[in-house]
Design a protein around this ligand. Structure first.
Ligand code: PMV
Length: 337
């Protein structure tokens, strides 16, 4: 038996991907940009194995065997086998693959678990099959946002223009250590599985949200401006674009018919807290962003972390929810000076 084990962190988008123009190849309606967390933080850990005795492809997720190996995983297998390098020990075309993957955080709760999971799977398979060169396009076939977790630091998923998807790949905007003062605080509002998955949500938004069509025109300029802000370490511009983009994404969800509503009252209290805090400081010090779920990711600089954490603990006290700590909300009233 030959096995490979890898880990891959989640990424948190500051310019969101929402909408596909090709469902099979997972080609997006707009480019997107994210930061990949560190290896010790929210991450997936995956072991892949091949052996001539395996009768079928199998997968275990968080210790439970999955009924069927999904079409997306089959697409990833097919593409990886196609690009298999020279290696005598693995008969990539015929041997069946076993996958065992676990996340150290709630799965499918809007915390980019599929991004970390597919990036980790594709990276592990590429080592097993000795695949050379670009692999972010293989990760994209599993889950669009997964292509960004192939790299560390700030990463752009360039939507590309070719119909075979070969130029729809991730590119590193800055290396892992470019902005070491930047912190991401994840506030877990709920660890429950989201009610509308991103695949289904995007499909309906593409079908009937007129705002989504407008967003396609807006995103290129946003990507240009936020890339400059990241390179210049201009936190204020970075934070404002991040918050506006999160708000626009959730506006599109509400503009979708029937509407999709991922934010909860606690999420909205967090938004209010961040704006009140920024007003109080008379400067934008914290940015929020929410994916397809109620959980908040706050971007802030290290110097502000102690103050923000203590205020968050006060207004959003953690409660032990079995396996994870989720937060409760309280009315937030910060005095403006
Ligand atoms: O890659 P998916 O299908 O899980 O979609 C992710 C979509 C968002 O998380 C909402 C935005 C993004 O760019 O990560």
């Amino acid at each position: 038996m030959k096995t490979v084990t890898c880990t891959a962190p989640v990424n948190i988008a500051v310019i969101k991907y929402w909408g596909k123009k090709d469902e099979d190849l997972i080609l997006p309606t707009n480019s997107s940009l994210s930061a990949t967390l560190g290896q010790d933080e929210l991450r997936a850990k995956t072991t892949v194995a091949v052996d001539s005795s395996f009768k079928e492809d199998k997968m275990w997720l968080n210790g439970k065997e999955e009924g069927v190996v999904s079409k997306r995983i089959q697409n990833v297998f097919r593409e990886t086998r196609k690009r298999k390098g020279n290696q005598d020990s693995v008969d990539g075309l015929n041997q069946k693959i076993h996958i065992c993957s676990e996340n150290n955080f709630p799965t499918a709760a809007g915390l980019a678990s599929s991004a970390a999971g597919y990036a980790c799977l594709v990276y592990s398979l590429s080592k097993l099959f000795n695949v050379q060169g670009e692999i972010s396009d293989i990760a994209r076939l599993g889950s669009g946002s997964a292509c960004r977790s192939i790299y560390g630091g700030f990463v752009e998923w360039q939507m590309g223009s070719l119909s075979d998807g070969s130029d729809s790949i991730a590119k590193q905007v800055t290396h892992d250590h470019h902005w070491p003062e930047m912190c991401i605080l994840v506030l877990v509002v709920s660890d429950q599985k989201k009610h509308t998955g991103s695949t289904q949500g995007m499909q309906i938004s593409v079908q009937n949200s007129t705002l989504l069509q407008k967003r396609i025109e807006i995103v290129p300029n946003r990507i240009k401006n936020i890339t400059k802000a990241i390179i210049d370490k201009d936190f204020v511009t970075f934070a404002e674009i991040t918050m506006k983009d999160s708000n626009q994404f959730h506006a599109i969800c509400l503009d979708t018919y029937p509407p999709i509503s991922y934010l909860t009252d606690v999420s909205r209290q967090i938004i209010s807290f961040v704006h009140q805090f920024n007003d109080h400081c008379q400067q934008t010090k914290v940015a929020y962003t929410f994916d397809a779920g109620p959980n908040a990711c706050l971007y802030l600089l290290e110097e502000d972390l102690p103050r923000v954490v203590s205020l968050v603990n006060h207004y959003f006290p953690p409660q032990n929810n079995g396996l994870t700590l989720t937060i409760q909300g309280r009315p937030v009233t910060l005095q403006t000076p």
